[in-house]
Design a protein around this ligand. Structure first.
Ligand code: ZN
Length: 86
């Protein structure tokens, strides 16, 4: 995800991690945007995106984290043929 995409995130959007998995490897590890991304006019290449996951975990994605994450709609893993379905 680019920094410009990150700056336009809104609360409630899901973000998928491109490599981490959950549910025994079936799904991407995902977090939910938990508020307005924080930006600074004087520091245009920085952003902080508040996120939450699980029941009570919260954190922030920073500009250097963004390469590992993608919007759910753009997730590279979602349209792969799935050989885990039994
Ligand atoms: Zn995904």
């Amino acid at each position: 995800m680019t920094i410009n995409a990150a700056k336009q995130l809104t609360r409630g959007q899901w973000l998928h991690n491109k490599t981490l998995k959950q549910n025994r490897g079936k799904d991407c590890f995902r977090v939910r945007v938990n508020g307005q991304p924080q930006t600074w006019k004087t520091r245009p290449d920085e952003v902080r995106v508040p996120v939450k996951w699980g029941y009570y975990n919260t954190g922030q994605l920073r500009q250097y984290d963004l390469a590992g994450w993608e919007l759910e709609a753009n997730c590279p893993n979602e349209n792969q043929p799935c050989d885990l379905v039994s």
